[in-house]
Design a protein around this ligand. Sequence first.
Ligand code: HEC
Length: 311
Amino acid sequence: MAFREYKIGCWMFGISLSASMFVTIFLPGLDISSVSSTELALEKQLTYGRESAFSYEDPFLQGKGKPIKVVLTKDPMNGSAMDETNAYVFEAGTPFPAGLNHTNILGEDVKALSESKGRIAEADENGTVFLVKIDDASDTPYIENATATRGWTPAKVLSASDHTIMAGSGKTMFVREGCWWCHTLLPEQTQDWQSFGRPPMLGDFNGESPTTFGSDRKAPDLLHVGARNSSREWMMLHFFNPRLVQVHSIMPRYDYLWGDKDAQGNVIDLEAWDVGYQKYVSGETPYPPEVPDYADNTEIRYLIDFVLNLK
Ligand code: HEC
């Protein structure tokens, strides 16, 4: 019986590991699967797409394979004016988020409405436009497949509006650049309410992957940052060099997200910019050099779209 203690030890280890898995993963799993998506969860899924971290479509995290959020003020079919509406355009080949592939994730009521009124079962990855709607009778949010219900195709919707928000690609930048090392997207049930706004609810996360809560906060919570600061210019200065607007900021520069050329097509020379900036820091010149306008569809545009979309 030389191995008696060893066997008891193995059993105890096995039992305590399984018990802790059961309590920390299985039981909360039951809880989570019984929660219905909120309107915000549906919006987030349709804005961010399938996966904001590593994925087959986007192995190097460049923001590929993401839906486009479009703000519409006129009907894409006949051009007549309508109330401002957000549409989520999945061009051909853009993978669907978890809630559309595994509809149980939506929660029972949301799933039923999305299938009956929203006709999401007819959606396919050859190009579909979605809306988030609220059912008047039950006050429940659901996803509408506007391509099936209204004939809105990606091409029609994209040409009816010039206000596109690339927040899905931007969330990939947020993950890739490690913003979550310092920032949380999770105000807590404490005095956080006063400065950072309302904490999220469990149903706000159905189908979102990854959630980018963050864990260790070294900087302001960003869950509602777009509501307290909606200035694109401020974001540009701050991301190019945070010290331009917050003298003692510890936040790194993200000037390389501008890419090679600015909006006018001029080459961006970061070293020359830095020489000018050092002169400003040492007091030789009264102003820092200008921050270049970013070109369309650059990584910085994606990131700023994501940040300003956090309301
Ligand atoms: C090393 C830690 C650190 C990292 C990494 C970091 N930040 Fe920050 N960030 C800060 C600090 C500290 C502040 C507050 C001072 C300031 O405004 O610069 C801040 C402020 C901000 C603000 C303004 C917040 C407000 O309440 O107005 C935004 C927006 C922001 N960061 C976005 C980002 C994004 C997006 C990334 C990733 C690309 C990022 N940060 C990466 C530390 C960090």
